[in-house]
Design a protein around this ligand. Structure first.
Ligand SMILES: [Ca+2]
Length: 109
C-alpha cells in the first residue's frame, strides 16, 4: 500500500514544500493541502495504517516525528515540538498516542 494510492503525488509535494522550513509544520494546513480532509473514512484508515508503521493500532511520538517521511521519503523529520503539538491536539484520551478515532477527528477538525 502506497500513500499515492490515496493522495495525489502533486498534492503531497505541495503539502511537504509548505512546511520545508524548520518548525513551520502546521498539521491543519498539511491535511488540507495534501487533500486528506476531503477523503472518506476508508481512505483515512488506509493512511492511518501507513502511519502506524509498527502496526500497534496507534501512532506514537516516534512515528509522528517521521510523519512527513511516510508521505515522501525525501521529506524532513519533524522536531520534538512539532510532533508534540500534533500529538497534544489529537490525543483526547491522554494516553500519549493517536488512535484511529483521534486521527480521524484531527484530520476533520
Ligand atoms: Ca490517544
Amino acid at each position: 500500500m502506497k500513500i499515492t494510492e490515496v493522495l495525489g503525488a502533486g498534492d503531497i509535494n505541495s503539502a511537504i514544500s509548505e512546511c520545508k522550513a524548520p518548525e513551520s509544520f502546521d498539521f491543519k494546513k498539511f491535511f488540507e493541502t495534501c487533500g486528506l480532509t476531503k477523503k472518506s473514512a476508508d481512505d483515512l484508515r488506509k493512511v492511518f495504517l501507513i502511519l502506524d508503521q509498527d502496526g500497534s493500532g496507534c501512532i506514537d511520538k516516534t512515528e509522528l516525528k517521521l510523519f512527513l517521511q511516510y508521505f515522501s521519503t525525501n521529506a524532513r523529520v519533524l522536531s520534538d515540538n512539532e510532533a508534540q503539538s500534533m500529538l497534544s491536539a489529537a490525543d483526547s484520551d491522554g494516553d500519549g498516542k493517536i488512535g484511529f478515532e483521534e486521527f480521524q477527528r484531527l484530520v476533520r477538525s
